[in-house]
Design a protein around this ligand. Sequence first.
Ligand SMILES: [Zn+2]
Length: 401
Amino acid sequence: MTVGNDVEAGELRAWIAGHRAEMLADLAAYVSLETPSNDKALLDAGLDWLDGYLAARLGAPAATRRADGGAFGGIGGRGDIGVYGDARINDYPGQGNAPIVLLAHYDTVWPAGTLASWPFTVEGDRATGPGTFDMKAGLVQLVWALRALDATGLPRPPLRLLLNGDEEIGSPVSRPLIEEAARDAAAVLVFEASADGALKTARKGVGIFQLAFTGVEAHAGLEPANGASAIDELARAVRRLHDLADPGAGTTVNVGVVAGGTGSNVVAGAARAEVDVRVSSQAEAARVDAALAGLRPHDPRASIQVRGGWNRPAMERGPGTARLFALACAVAAEMGLDLRECSVGGASDGNFAAALGVPVLDGLGAVGAGAHARHEHISVDGMVERAALTAGLLRALALPD
Ligand SMILES: [Zn+2]
């Protein structure tokens, strides 16, 4: 596959390597702003900073829109208005027709005050701080990839950058914005962290279900036949649910929480279970849905109620994604980089775009480890490499087929 030429690839890489210190300074500034998903004031301040940062680094976008997270209040089970982060959608002109959508969430799982005990620090190649890996370094890498293309006079496709502040809580308000942005896109690139350097070309869909069992209470010794045990119903259902797992098809089912009953001498009147389901295909999601809908109590006096649903659909590796990954591999090879792909159990906003049939490459962000953990860190050399890879990929996407 011809994707450009080695000279241009080398030029991009060298230009970005020459700006390593500035990239790191940008990351330090961005990580030093706390942006927990549940703190609207901090999220607003973070997005205001990002607006200024993007304008300074990339110039004014051709079109821009800030979608108020509060306007969607009440979706996602929180119930309260105005707690979600706003989203920013910027369009930048480029060569070609259909835009490439770039996804980067700016919220983190770390609560306000985390920086006091864990400030941004760099030791050798390792940079650490809340949100470095997931996924602040990813956005900084993208910004420097675009600067490299502009500085070297290489083409890029039309771009639509979407920043959201509710990804870590399941993107309840930004989901329709992501779908709207992705619908007419040529491809969606997600700057979430890599899996040990590998891109993510498939992600599981995630379902979270709550089951409530209602029985009939009775004295366990005097008149047990008058009772219908909710715990007995729960136990039977747990077996049936776990039997739905199909490792070969990529389906996992975990009843992670159970509770019920009031005393050992009372036939249990109520019990509940919380279930996490992960699937690799929509067909498997439909199979699980049918099984849940078909749950019936063993004792007709008892009842089972199922609540919850699918938080994100499965991100299946379609032919468009396979072509996109092949292009990324060719670009990486020009730069002397080895690129791998993988399928992961966790979901991201890439799942929403893939469900629309749009090719998605995820995990283009940082190289490092420790998402959602105190040892979260990134490789600074990795930032240079991934920014170069992103620049090369965008240049290749701007070239006619
Ligand atoms: Zn993330």
